[in-house]
Design a protein. Structure first.
Length: 349
C-alpha cells in the first residue's frame, strides 16, 4: 500500500482540475472554429437563382451603373442625348426577365466598337429588354497594350466606360478549360452560359452589326411563346412553332448562328439544363428580321421583297463579306462605329 501525503493529493487534484478545464477550453475553441468556418463558407457561396414564378428569374448581377457614388444622385440624364430614354425597370411589361447578349472571342477593335454601338442603340432607343450582356475571355483583362494592340486596347477602354453609361454587364470568362485549343465564340459561350441562370432567356446577336428597329428586335423575344425550360405539360417547350432547336457544338463549330436563343435552368440535384434555339424563318413574324445587308442577299426571286430588318449583321474581320459591301447600311454602320469610338484606328474598313 502506498500512502499519499496531503500535498500529493492536492497536487493530483490541482492537475486534474487543470486538465479538465484545458479540455473544456479546447472543445469550446474547436466548436467556435467550426462555426466560423461554416459562416465563411456561407458568405462565399454564390447566391442561388431566385424564382418568382414562371418567366421572372431574379438577376444577381450588379449593374455597373449602380457603382456610381450616391452623391451623384442629383445629376439628371435628361439632357444627355445618349443616356437611356427609359431607365426604370420594365421587366413586368415584357412578361419575363430577358437579356441581349453579344460576345467576342477575338479582340478586334472594329468588332468591339460595333458591340458598343449595339448596346448604345438598345439603351437609347427605348428597348423593353433592360439587361445587356457582353461576354469575352477573361485573359483580355490581363493583357498589355502591346499584347492587345493599340487600337484594341483603346476600344476596350471605351467599352468599359460605355458599360457604366449604357448599363452593360461585362462578363469575363475563364477559358482555362479550353487550354490547348483555339478560343472560339462557341467555346466561349459553352464555358460562360452558366451565367444566364438568372434569366428566362438570353438572345445572342452576332457582332458586328447594327439595329435598324428596336421594337422589331424586341418582338423576337416578346411576340411568340419561348421554349424556356423543358416541361412535358407545356407543348411550347418541346414543339415550339417559332423556335427550332439547334445544339451548341463547340467541338465542331467555331461560329454561332447570327441569332441564337439560350435558356439555362437549374433543374435540381446539381444539374443544369441548357437549351439553344434559332428562330423559325418560315414564320412570317420572323422572316428576314435578322439578316445581312440587302445588297448581299441573292435575289433569286425578283418578286420577293424584304421589309427593313430589325438587325443587320456583317462579316467578321477585315475580309468579312458584309464589310466589303458598298450598301448604304454598311456605310451608316461605319459612320456610327467611328462616332462611338473616336480616335480608334480600324485600318481599312
Amino acid at each position: 500500500m502506498v500512502l499519499l501525503t496531503s500535498s500529493t493529493v492536492s497536487t493530483i487534484v490541482s492537475m486534474g482540475v487543470v486538465c479538465i478545464f484545458s479540455l473544456m477550453l479546447f472543445l469550446a475553441g474547436y466548436v467556435l472554429q467550426q462555426q466560423s468556418v461554416k459562416n465563411i463558407q456561407h458568405a462565399l457561396r454564390p447566391p442561388p437563382a431566385s424564382y418568382h414564378g414562371a418567366g421572372s428569374k431574379g438577376s444577381t448581377f450588379q449593374n455597373p451603373a449602380q457603382k456610381r457614388d450616391l452623391s451623384d444622385s442629383h445629376l439628371s440624364f435628361g439632357d444627355d442625348p445618349d443616356a437611356p430614354r427609359d431607365s426604370h425597370d420594365r421587366r413586368s411589361t415584357s412578361g419575363g426577365n430577358y437579356a441581349y447578349l453579344q460576345l467576342l472571342s477575338n479582340p478586334d477593335p472594329s468588332d468591339i466598337c460595333s458591340v458598343i454601338l449595339f448596346f448604345k442603340q438598345v439603351a437609347t432607343q427605348g428597348s423593353s429588354i433592360q439587361d445587356r450582356l457582353f461576354m469575352y475571355p477573361e485573359a483580355w483583362d490581363r493583357m498589355s497594350e502591346k499584347q492587345l494592340g493599340k487600337s484594341a486596347s483603346k476600344a476596350l477602354s471605351i467599352l468599359r466606360a460605355a458599360s457604366i453609361k449604357y448599363g452593360i454587364w461585362l462578363l469575363p470568362i475563364d477559358m482555362k478549360a479550353a487550354k490547348g485549343y483555339s478560343t472560339t465564340d462557341t467555346k466561349l459561350l459553352r464555358l460562360g452560359q452558366v451565367q444566364f441562370m438568372q434569366y428566362d432567356s438570353v438572345l445572342y446577336l452576332q457582332s458586328p452589326g447594327m439595329i435598324l428597329d428596336t421594337e422589331k428586335l424586341d418582338n423576337i423575344l416578346l411576340s411568340q411563346p419561348l421554349p424556356l425550360v423543358y416541361d412535358k405539360n407545356r407543348p411550347d417547350s418541346y414543339d415550339n412553332p417559332a423556335w427550332k432547336p439547334m445544339t451548341l457544338r463547340p467541338d465542331r463549330d467555331a461560329d454561332l448562328p447570327p441569332v441564337y436563343l439560350i435558356t439555362v435552368n437549374n433543374v435540381g440535384g446539381g444539374n443544369v439544363q441548357a437549351r439553344t434555339h434559332v428562330p423559325n424563318s418560315d414564320l412570317p413574324e420572323f422572316e428576314a428580321l435578322v439578316r445581312k445587308p440587302q445588297a448581299t442577299i441573292a435575289q433569286d426571286d425578283d418578286d420577293k421583297t424584304f421589309e427593313d430588318p430589325a438587325y443587320v449583321y456583317l462579316g467578321k474581320g477585315k475580309s468579312g463579306s458584309g464589310k466589303d459591301d458598298d450598301s448604304s447600311l454598311v456605310q451608316t454602320w461605319q459612320i456610327k462605329k467611328h462616332e462611338v469610338c473616336p480616335g480608334v484606328d480600324f485600318g481599312d474598313d
